[in-house]
Design a protein around this ligand. Structure first.
Ligand SMILES: [Zn+2]
Length: 497
């Protein structure tokens, strides 16, 4: 009898240690728990989790204390679960006036609102591209240019060329660029809304100070292109410009960070980053029902929950490689939290061998997981097999025209050389089922299919475990755009203890 008891005990011990990877995942994730995360994060009380809002701080506290509850270690730099992200809100100048040939301009938008006053003849410089400067002395002058180039003249093209034109103007000592944009009222109201309102950016501190030789850059609406026609033919153009100071205010926001150490003496020096943004777009235009709160259940309470699920799992069942969990602020305002992070990492970037990001717009196929960048790294099979285990199929980005790889936090890690795909709910195209919820007040917790989500989260956790336990370190596939910068990053061997 005693012998049998002993055998049974041994048997139990054996089963415990031999618990399979799949069991470690399924035992640890429940539908009720993921519902709890998503219903809380997408609750109306958080008012759409806008960056800089008190409600986003409540979300951050919820995430930090979930890490604490799971037994995840805090940010090693601060001893808390936070990383302060210094942002600033910039308001365009209240006082500005622009006159061309004694005509007061009323429809303008600032690309760069550098403070200045000037009263002088302006020079018409065609498109303001390199060729247009040949043989022209424009030092200290105001130039007037047409938007875009000879090939492309729409607002999107003009926006794409703004940095080039700004640099040319600066290099040639130009004081101000007035760019005449031929576009319709619809597009103009979009531009007016986006450029003439307050904007959030990362505060770069001393590197960010105005060096006094900034070039003012203003778009002026030229509906029919008549102004460009007249001015290009004019012998002299008078201009009078006065731009007041921008107003700035500091905004402190938080990335939420946790760590779990790996179990393998060597591999634990390599980290897998599990990341997602937890902010959303806040309160905005009402939809047909009058709802103004953009809840962001899919975008990105779901991604946040993938990271929470991973954190809970690894705190209990660590992998050979270590784990760094990062939940970003400010993604919707221009990937701010991740931009800040890669310049202020809490652990050396060259020890981060992979960044497994999750971001979501919506889904239209619950048999799939769409991974943006799936086929660009050697971890592909680890993800593919994990999805298959839970009855799902992993597919590569099906909507390349959307440029999704470059529109989420993963791209900031990719630019540093770290292999970094984005794990997303299954979609086959950016169709109505996706756009119906994407950045809309209707993206609410009760509209999600939780049976599908359960499989989705299990697949993410198992895929992460596969990658973190693989004896091969993941890397970019040969010939990838980020392969070179990756070699530079990892050329310096991680410090071993
Ligand atoms: Zn998102």
């Amino acid at each position: 009898m005693k012998k049998l008891a002993l055998l049974l005990t041994l048997g139990c011990a054996f089963t415990l240690t031999a618990q399979t990877e799949i069991e470690k995942v399924t035992e640890n994730i429940s539908k009720s728990e993921i519902e709890g995360h998503i219903y809380f994060l997408a609750d109306d009380v958080l008012k759409g989790r806008a960056t800089g809002s008190p409600e986003l701080k409540i979300a951050a506290s919820y995430l930090a204390n979930s890490f604490r509850r799971y037994g995840v270690h805090p940010n090693p730099k601060t001893g808390t679960y936070y990383q302060e992200v210094k942002l600033k809100r910039v308001f365009p100048p209240k006082n500005a006036s622009i006159e061309i040939n004694n005509q007061v301009i009323t429809d303008y938008a600032f690309i760069n609102a550098a403070a200045m006053t000037s009263d002088q003849d302006a020079i018409f410089l065609n498109y303001g591209l390199a060729n247009d400067y040949i043989g022209k002395d424009v030092k200290g002058k105001v130039i007037i240019v047409k938007a875009g180039s000879a090939e492309t003249k729409d607002a999107r093209a003009a926006f794409g060329l703004r940095r080039t034109k700004e640099k040319l103007a600066k290099d040639n000592g130009v004081t101000a660029i007035i760019e005449l944009l031929k576009t319709d009222d619809n597009m103009w109201s979009f531009i007016d809304h986006n450029f003439n309102g307050p904007s959030l950016t990362v505060d770069l501190g001393d590197n960010d100070k105005n060096d006094g030789d900034e070039t003012a850059y203003v778009w002026v609406l030229d509906r029919e292109g008549k102004m460009a026609e007249q001015l290009s033919a004019a012998t002299t153009i008078s201009s009078k410009i006065a731009i007041g100071d921008k107003q700035e205010e500091a905004v402190i926001s938080q990335n939420v960070i946790g760590v779990v150490e790996g179990t393998d003496a060597t591999l634990k020096n390599e980290y897998i980053i599990y990341s997602a943004h937890y902010d959303h777009v806040g309160i905005g235009e009402p939809d047909k029902t009058g709802d103004t709160i953009y809840n962001g259940a899919r975008d990105n309470a779901v991604g946040t929950t993938t990271v929470l699920s991973m954190a809970k799992n690894l705190a209990k069942y660590p992998t050979k490689r270590s784990a760094l969990f990062i939940l970003f602020t400010g993604e919707e305002k221009g990937l701010l939290g991740s931009s800040y992070y890669v310049e202020n990492p809490v652990l050396p970037l060259n020890q981060m061998v992979y960044c497994f990001n999750s971001d979501n717009a919506g889904y239209n196929d619950t048999s799939l997981i769409s991974i943006i960048g799936l086929t660009r790294t050697t971890a592909e099979n680890n993800i593919f097999s994990a999805a298959e285990t839970f009855g799902l199929k992993a597919i590569e980005d099906p909507a390349k025209e959307q440029g999704l790889f470059d529109r989420s936090d993963n791209v900031n890690f990719a630019k540093k050389g770290i292999p970094s795909p984005t794990f997303s709910l299954g979609f086959t195209s950016f169709d109505g089922d996706v756009t119906k919820y994407y950045h809309r007040p209707g993206d609410e917790a009760h509209t999600l299919d939780y049976d599908y989500l359960l499989k989705f989260f299990k697949a993410y956790v198992l895929a992460g475990r596969n990658i973190a336990n693989d004896k091969e370190t993941p890397r970019w596939n040969e010939g990838d755009k980020y392969e070179e910068v990756s070699k530079e990053l990892y050329n310096v061997k991680p410090i071993k203890d």
